[in-house]
Design a binder for this molecule. Structure first.
Ligand code: C2E
Ligand code: CA
Ligand code: CA
Ligand code: CA
Length: 275
């Protein structure tokens, strides 16, 4: 579609631009972005596949650079990860999410689950569980309404410090989702080694649901997840056909442009009110 093409060219041009830009400058700019209030959040709903009701919202971070304009997280998250900024940014995200949602009725009245992305580098940070404990105390949040989306990482072996930290989050009552499953080096052993509640099938898999043996693979992943007591989210759902297939395959939740794009919280609040 034209919109996809626009997005593509936008990203493509940004990439060209960044290559020319001094990387040091972008790092420095990102360092100041939190203080300068250049980061903000958008939220994308997840719906249950039976009643098509919004059950959860995923917070996604945006950066409005004062000169360059909007910069995609696909670009700035890796920069943040390579420069020790990710811990600070994601802690900002967590605080911001809680404060925004507390102001609205979304946490208390509507009881929606909120998903927050964590980088593998966040799990290396031993101060994260303490930070969260203090935040729970201060904000009186129901930890079982907050879901941390983690990605597979070679760091997450069974004896790692990262796994210890993940288990601490689990003990605090937070939900844990495994994001991007099916992309890269997905290991089935993660499904039993990590303290998971939810599995998110990667959007590249959903896009190709009708190609080759993908449908069978997705069906078996869903079956296996259910046997392990995990719920399954399909991300990147863009059309009705994908929805129908996922329904047949017994998928629990869907998320994607077919239903909603990531949006500012005010828009979300209006939609939830009608939903
Ligand atoms: P993700 O966590 O896998 O998030 C899903 C991405 O897919 C989002 O891109 C979302 O806007 C996009 N998306 C949603 N529905 C569709 C669809 O139907 N079709 C397609 N093609 N795309 C869809 P976004 O917001 O650009 O974020 C990109 C990645 O940046 C995220 O991937 C996540 O890994 C990372 N990210 C974003 N915000 C944060 C954050 O606050 N902290 C950390 N650590 N990472 C973040
Ligand atoms: Ca995610
Ligand atoms: Ca994902
Ligand atoms: Ca991702």
């Amino acid at each position: 579609t034209i919109e996809d093409a626009n997005t593509f060219f936008h990203i493509y041009n940004q990439e060209m631009y960044y290559k020319k830009l001094n990387n040091v400058r972008l790092k420095n700019d990102l360092r100041k972005a939190v203080e300068n209030k250049e980061l903000y959040l958008v939220y994308q709903p997840k719906l249950d596949l039976k009643q098509k009701k919004i059950v959860a919202l995923e917070a996604l971070t945006r950066w409005k650079h004062p000169q360059i304009g909007s910069i995609s997280p696909e670009f700035f998250i890796p920069i943040a990860e390579n420069s020790n900024l990710i811990n600070k940014i994601d802690k900002w995200v967590i605080k911001q999410v809680i404060s925004e949602l507390n102001k609205n009725d979304i946490l208390k009245k509507y009881q929606k689950t909120i998903s927050i992305n964590l980088s593998p580098y966040d799990l290396k940070d031993n101060s994260l569980p303490i930070f969260l404990e203090e935040l729970i105390e201060k904000e009186k949040i129901n930890t079982n309404q907050i879901d941390f989306e983690i990605t597979e990482s070679v760091l997450l072996d069974s004896l790692s410090n990262e796994l210890d930290n993940l288990n601490k989050l689990k003990e605090l009552g937070f939900l844990i989702s495994l994001d991007d499953f099916g992309k890269g080096y997905s290991s089935l052993s993660y499904l039993t080694k990590l303290p998971l509640d939810i599995l998110k099938i990667d959007k590249s898999f959903i896009k190709n649901i009708n190609f080759g043996s993908n449908k069978i693979l997705i069906e078996k992943i869903i079956e296996l997840s259910h046997q392990l007591n995990l719920k399954v989210v399909a991300e990147g759902v863009e059309n009705k056909k994908e929805v129908e297939i996922l329904q047949k395959l017994n998928c629990d939740f869907v998320q994607g442009y077919y239903y909603y794009r990531p949006m500012p919280l005010e828009e979300i609040a209006r939609i939830i009110d009608r939903n």
